[in-house]
Write a protein that binds this ligand. Structure first.
Ligand code: HPA
Length: 266
């Protein structure tokens, strides 16, 4: 951590970000538009490179509306073979940099039958079905306690703020529970049925490890899913990564304006 912090503080001139944003598949454009400094993960000590198509893999620092922001343009995933600890390391770095609030975004499949592609869903809670937990292993009390409370990971006031910001922009907004699978295979129809019956509204392969670590570190978490598809063959069609990226692209204008409005009102 000291190597990472020394490197970043040296590069950025001790930039202290107040808000961190993790930009999911197809949602990275915000970091192209607002970029004072970009550092590829490959240059940062102890970061792993991003390997997924449609993800860039760099840390972007910017001032937006007078607020200091750090963005992850692209994230690493558990299904790539990295450990839970490796993929959540940047969250601990954000905590060390001084971040107070983190906005986690992702592309997700709809489970709730009222959701349509390109809808945005504010995450109210999650179900961790990834089969692991990033806090497994020795606990470093510097970051948080051994058995962290999880009763309000996604802060209710942030959920309300995001809803209000969407309303101001006349963006229809959904709310719901994000279900995380490890992936990389998408879900079978039987799995989607199960997820629906167990309380999931959207399903994806990210965000939950980051939310667990952010909550553990005492960061305020807001989560936003971009619904990119009806989950697995609900409509009899096959699901592809291209379809997911295309739908995220269709949502990116409203996604970007929502994020900017939230930053303004934080
Ligand atoms: N399932 C899992 N992850 C996803 C999906 C999906 O349908 N769409 C985008 N990410």
């Amino acid at each position: 951590m000291k190597d990472t912090m020394d490197f970043l503080n040296n590069k950025t001139g001790n930039f202290v970000p107040e808000v961190a944003i993790v930009l999911g598949s197809g949602l990275g454009e915000l970091a192209d538009e607002f970029c004072d400094m970009a550092i590829p993960y490959s240059e940062i000590p102890n970061f792993i490179k991003s390997g997924v198509h449609g993800h860039k893999g760099r840390l972007v620092f910017a001032k937006i509306d007078g607020k200091n922001i750090v963005m992850m343009q692209g994230r690493n995933h558990y299904y790539e073979g990295h450990s839970m600890q490796e993929i959540t390391y940047p969250i601990k770095v954000f905590k060390e940099l001084g971040v107070k609030t983190i906005i986690l975004t992702n592309a997700a499949g709809a489970v709730n039958e009222t959701f349509k592609p390109a809808d945005l869903m504010i995450i109210t809670d999650h179900i961790n079905h990834m089969g692991s937990n990033p806090l497994i292993g020795p606990n470093d009390e510097h970051f948080g306690e051994r058995f962290p409370d999880m009763s309000e990971v996604y802060k209710k006031d942030l959920v309300e703020l995001a809803k209000k910001c969407a309303k101001e922009l006349k963006i229809d907004i959904q709310t719901g529970v994000y279900w995380a699978n490890s992936g990389p295979s998408y879900e079978t129809p039987a799995e989607i049925n199960m997820i629906r019956q167990l309380g999931g509204d959207a399903v994806g392969m990210s965000t939950v490890p980051e939310a667990i670590v952010a909550n553990y570190c005492g960061l305020n978490v807001l989560g936003i899913s971009c619904i990119t598809n009806a989950a697995s063959s609900a409509n009899g069609n096959k699901l592809s990564h291209e379809e997911v990226i295309e739908a995220a692209n269709n949502a990116k204008v409203k996604f970007k304006s929502l994020i900017l409005n939230i930053l303004k009102n934080l």
